[in-house]
Design a protein around this ligand. Structure first.
Ligand SMILES: C[S@@+](CC[C@H](N)C(=O)[O-])C[C@H]1O[C@@H](n2cnc3c(N)ncnc32)[C@H](O)[C@@H]1O
Length: 207
């Protein structure tokens, strides 16, 4: 059952350009429909690798890794040169990520079913997030109905995330696409700001 959706997906030959449509063709229909709203576009992952390849990166964590698109494609672009960890609190998405990890053969990527607000992963050189907290505020394009919509919960979660980020070591980088939930981040300075694929792309450095 698990590999059914791979019958639609194709493996690439060396040199073929990757596109969102091609990557997403490995997903079931329900997750393909969500892609434009929930999974990082290929152009953003390519921009991230362009930045990381010139930065000192030892390991990267995706806070809320979804179907694993960012982690898996970044690992391929890096030619498996960095350790990448994806944390996701929805079991179904972790299962999809594990299947795609096998499909793309990316051994340096690990996925864990974890709530990063409860168990924050310390000690990595780089962190990435694509607005994972916003779903408690959002009315449409939700992944499922598991999470309660609540402005109060959103504010509490944002506070927890900010407190955890403040504990990171100086020089640690946080990369955000469509933000992390807030406007300001105490203890961080912005080192890069761009508009990519219709979204704000920022890199923050812990001071
Ligand atoms: C907008 S999606 C981004 C997915 C992935 N990072 C990507 O770029 O393709 C945000 C993801 O964060 C997950 N998420 C939200 N809050 C979380 C939490 N506290 N712990 C773990 N995962 C969380 C959601 O389930 C969702 O899959």
């Amino acid at each position: 059952m698990r590999n059914q959706f791979f019958s639609k997906g194709k493996k690439l030959s060396v040199g073929d350009p990757m596109t969102d449509a091609l990557w997403d063709s490995c997903l079931s229909q329900k997750f393909q429909i969500l892609s434009a709203y929930q999974w990082t576009p290929i152009s953003v992952i390519e921009r991230t690798w362009k930045y990381l390849s010139l930065d000192r990166v030892t390991s990267l964590v995706d806070l809320g890794s979804g179907v694993g698109k960012f982690c898996i494609h970044l690992s391929l672009l890096s030619n498996h040169s960095i350790d990448i960890l994806g944390l996701e609190d929805r079991e179904e998405l972790v299962d999809v990520s594990e299947s795609l990890k096998k499909h793309w053969d990316v051994s340096k990527v690990q996925f864990r079913k974890e709530n990063f607000l409860k168990q924050f992963p310390e000690g990595h050189s780089h962190y990435y997030c694509f607005n994972p907290l916003y779903e408690t505020m959002k009315g449409s394009h939700s992944i499922d109905l598991q999470k309660q919509k609540s402005a109060n919960q959103f504010l509490k979660d944002l506070q927890t995330l900010k407190q955890n980020l403040l504990l990171l070591k100086p020089k640690t980088k946080l990369i955000t696409f469509h933000g992390f939930g807030g406007n300001s981040l105490t203890g961080f300075r912005i080192v890069l700001k761009e508009e990519i694929a219709g979204g704000e792309y920022l890199i923050w450095e812990r001071e």
